[in-house]
Design a protein around this ligand. Structure first.
Ligand code: 5GP
Ligand code: ZN
Length: 119
């Protein structure tokens, strides 16, 4: 699945739409969400256009594993406090009934200090 000319996340990966980049390597691009739901909120996307988790097969297992292993490191780097006091939440909306609006697979990573929570 190559870049989709109508996909906003493909355009972000290619630099055609500006974003606040967190991390990049050969396969992954990570950037801050434009409408954060938490003090820290970034999106991890494969550079390849994969529409959603529903299209993921065994050939993407390594890439997904790498995303999960990278998420905690980037969360700390971006301001989430360490486990267990801090931490973060990972969400992958999939399909219309899963709340997915952008149809390029993306992992939401959300966290950061929440003064309204105790501790
Ligand atoms: P979904 O609902 O598909 O899981 O989430 C899509 C996310 O992409 C939303 O949280 C939304 O704020 C974010 N988003 C949509 N368009 C852009 C954009 O142009 N730039 C950035 N940085 N985030 C975007
Ligand atoms: Zn795309």
């Amino acid at each position: 699945m190559t870049a989709d000319p109508h996909c906003i996340f493909c355009k972000i990966v290619e630099g055609q739409i500006p974003s606040r980049k967190v991390y990049e390597d050969d396969e992954l691009f990570v950037f801050h969400d434009i409408h954060p739901w938490a003090p820290v909120h970034f999106l991890m996307v494969p550079k390849l256009h994969i529409p959603s988790m529903a299209q993921v097969g065994p050939e993407q297992a390594g890439l997904l594993g790498r995303m999960m292993a990278l998420a905690p490191k980037l969360a700390l780097q971006e301001g989430c406090r360490p486990y267990p006091e801090g931490g973060f939440r990972i969400v992958v909306n999939t399909g219309a009934e899963g709340g997915q609006e952008v149809h390029h697979l993306h992992v939401h990573v959300m966290g950061g200090p929440r003064p309204w929570l105790k501790g």
